[in-house]
Design a protein around this ligand. Sequence first.
Ligand code: FAD
Length: 544
Amino acid sequence: RVTIKAVRSAFVDRLEREYFDLVIIGGGITGAAVARDAAFRGLKTVILEKDDFASGTSGKSSRMIHGGLRYLEQLRFALVRESLRERAILLRIAPHMVQTRAFLLPFIKGLSQSPAKLCLGLFLYDLLSSPWGLDHFTWLSRNTLARCAPSLRREGAYGAAVYRDCTVDDARLTLSTVLSGVQRGLLAMNHAPVMDFIKERGQAVGVVVRDDVTGRSFSLRGRALLAAAGPWTNEVTQMEGTIKDPLVRVSKGVHLLVPLDCLNAGYVPVLNSPEDRRHIYIIPWQNYALLGTTDTYFDGDPDALRVTRAEVDYLLGTVNRYFPKLRLRAESVRGATAGLRPLVHQAGSRETLSSREHRLIQTGSGVFFLYGGKLTSHRLMAREAVDRICAFLVSGGTLCFTPWKRLDNVPGLDVDEFLEKLGKVRSGTGSPDRRSLLHLVRTYGGRACEVLNMANQECEKIHPDFNVLWAEIEYAATREMACSLTDFMVRRSHLGYLMDTPDERMVEQIADRMSTLLGWTPRDKDRELDRYWSWDRNMRTFSG
Ligand code: FAD
């Protein structure tokens, strides 16, 4: 019987034999985008991720693909314009995943910013996005606002502005970006931390890697090395050894998951925190609303990040000021995530004002570091990095294909048309219901057909409350590099977040299915369960 350990061992043998054009450290959105672009340009590339793809910041963002209204306040017009252009490109290459939403800015006396200022901002936002714009912003009267957001505070409310922006599943976007590169010959490995650089005459020529699935250490060599380690960038520079000053300054951002019941899922309310004037978004996601985010300086260990009670109180306090009828309390929170923004280090800056711009540098030993930026701008950052690497290597194509090549082989249809076609092909006994089909299309794009083929006639849901099918476990384990129970529960299916209360029986059954697929021993399975429940506890409890 084939086991994951045997498959990984054979993969490591292959990596050791190869000589790469480009070795990438870090499988967040930045590393994934560089890997995809490089693979499209014909560079022989490998990407190494210490945990799972998108297990860092790229799986804990606010999930917005946006220009960033608040950057207008900081007069960063070029950054906003660039992001709005990227938003248009992502809508084209990932139409199944990137969703346009109506964002609602209520004006409430004493709570929100002045309407004149915000309308000026929205006017500029429309102007900057005009070549690739969505609908222009509109104004809602007090009465319409009361209908659209019935639980919103009435006193002092005198209307709202509605503008369009986009959201995305950040973890799935990262994975799809990696898989798109894999289709073009990229080699990708998760659970493979880079432990050291190999140097010859002061130049980095390779890396030492540990395969956490087999426990085997190995080395691999490349002509160019690039670190896209997000909040871990300063750690990697220490390993590299030629840079003294930190490259990134890290800021912590927390999101809370609360049940959606009382909110109107048609809108994304944007609230102004009375405490520090930050924008707090309430983003509908599956059965929940995602409330966030905070922005505080963090200098602890990125691997030991916890949500604190003060952060929960801050977010709930803001939401309760605008939506007093909801009476949200810490007990209403089903779970929380904390992510770290890898901001370009600027001595003496306040976190919220820190640049969302990115940097690409090459160190004395020849290693490239790419850091900063946003989820929205990942493709552009990658393009700049790969242009520079191709020039350095004097090889690889100069033409960048990523603005046109769709992710997940999604056909050039809109989601409804695709759904209709898929529904016709799969009508009959054993076919999934429309909600499951929509879930498959939004999650896998054109690859939904592969999941359905794998499901054959067994399109049974894992749990009646969720749209995830049993076949998705096999698909994740065999086609999407899910090596651990947590990879599947958290980043492939999101079931870990979707369960209102932990369902031990369901998790046990999923672990059993993964044991069969990956050849886990009973001890492996117990360890996986322990790790998963430890993630679950961290997600549902707060420190301090
Ligand atoms: P990461 O995603 O952290 O990836 C770095 C990876 O490197 C990690 O997976 C890590 O495990 C790996 N790694 C580290 N060291 C090693 C090693 N030695 N060997 C191998 N692998 C290693 N941007 C937007 O555009 N829209 C938003 O709505 C938005 N919201 C945000 C909300 C929050 C709370 C935060 C924190 C950020 C948000 N951002 C948003 C910013 C965006 O999420 C980040 O800019 C982006 O995800 C950073 O990606 P990255 O790949 O650089 O870092």
